[in-house]
Design a protein around this ligand. Structure first.
Ligand SMILES: *Cc1c(COP(=O)(O)O)cnc(C)c1O
Length: 355
């Protein structure tokens, strides 16, 4: 067929890089430690809340997610008008980038970091600028130095996916004081609930008197609702309004809203699970270090091994042990903290390879 038989599309879209998800787990694979999911199934109260929604699938959901928004506002201690719910925090990220940047504009972030940042920046027609990590962590001085007149947004992934490292309060405040207020700074806290270092700031404290700071959170990781696609931004009214203007109407489904509300109400129970995973993170980190691996201090629900050319071999050994981990080219492997027995097998496999 000739080109005339096809619709005209944006020329740059056909060359966009694609998001490469973790491979689906094969049937005989025992544990998936490749997508930073919560290993625990939903709480019974959450399942009941979703079931109660199933008889209403013919109806559109509440477009403003009012009940969820109001309960979340109370839990976080922010005005409801500063909250924007979306289809996962990736959905919100897309709307934030679209609201802030277009052709000719730059979006900055550390690298390696979350793959969605460059993809969604390209998709908006803007230009991603990747600032290399330093010592596996965001190099805030280098990012501040890279801000230009064309910079519209900066992503700070805290803690960073895939390295697990977090920037601390003093460094982040110094950075925010240095960056011009016309630049939107998005603090992506997808793993905030797993942070146990008191020096790692809560983005919600930082955004309060800085109108250019927006915070991203999600129900996918600590709350264990990855499949339902619900996340949110906390932002000042002008940014929040722009986000709503760019959002897909009815983005957050009824079951997702109900599950998120039920999860907030089960906060204490879920916090126990998070505490268990944080304890397992310490155990896995210590075990890997004892086996001779260099493991950056993680504040998330995963650990990072910069294995270089050993990445593929390590990944295959894990698969042979029924464990799926997440390789990144020949850079390294990200390993999600799973249930204790999966972590045991991971430690066994990893220490075997060092012998
Ligand atoms: C997992 C993750 C998200 C959230 O994803 P959603 O499921 O879309 O809420 C956001 N940012 C980072 C850095 C992540 O790792």
């Amino acid at each position: 067929m000739t080109d005339a038989a096809f619709p005209l599309l944006r020329a740059d879209v056909s060359t966009l890089p694609r998001y490469v998800p973790g491979r689906p787990a094969p049937d005989d694979l025992v544990d998936k430690l490749s997508s930073n999911e919560n290993p625990y199934p939903p709480l019974p109260s959450v399942i009941r809340a979703v079931e109660a929604e199933l008889g209403r699938l013919n109806r559109y959901p509440d477009p403003a997610a009012t009940v969820l928004r109001d309960e979340l506002a109370a839990v976080l201690g922010v005005p409801a008008g500063h909250l924007v719910l979306g289809t996962g925090s990736v959905g919100i990220t897309q709307h934030l980038v679209a609201a802030a940047a277009g052709p000719g504009d730059e979006v900055l972030f550390g690298w390696r970091s979350f793959e969605a940042y460059p993809l969604l920046t390209w998709a908006a027609g803007a230009t991603p600028v990747e600032i290399p990590l330093r010592g596996e962590a965001y190099d805030l001085d280098a990012i501040a130095a890279a801000v230009t007149d064309r910079t519209r947004a900066v992503f700070i992934c805290n803690p960073n996916n895939p390295t697990g490292t977090a920037v601390r309060r003093a460094a982040l405040e110094r950075f925010l004081d240095r960056v011009p207020r016309r630049v939107l700074v998005v603090v992506d806290e997808a793993y905030r609930e797993f942070v146990d270092d008191a020096e790692v700031p809560d983005g919600i404290d930082l955004y309060r008197d800085r109108p250019n700071v927006a915070v991203l959170r999600t129900f996918s990781k600590a709350y264990g609702l990855a499949t339902l696609r619900v996340g949110f931004a906390v932002a000042h009214p002008r940014v929040a309004a722009a986000l709503r203007a760019c959002a897909v109407p009815f983005g957050v489904s009824g079951p997702a809203q109900a599950a998120a509300v039920a999860s907030l109400r089960a906060g204490a129970e879920l916090a126990e699970r998070v505490a268990d995973l944080v304890a397992e993170r310490a155990r896995v980190t210590a075990g890997l270090r004892t086996a001779g691996y260099e493991v950056p201090e993680s504040q998330a629900n995963f650990v990072w091994l910069r294995l270089g050319s050993r990445t593929a071999g390590f990944t295959e050994a894990c698969e042979a042990a029924g464990l799926m981990v997440r390789p990144f080219g020949d850079e390294g492997v990200r390993i999600t903290i799973g249930a204790p027995d999966a972590n045991d097998r991971l430690l066994k496999t990893a220490s075997h390879r060092q012998r």
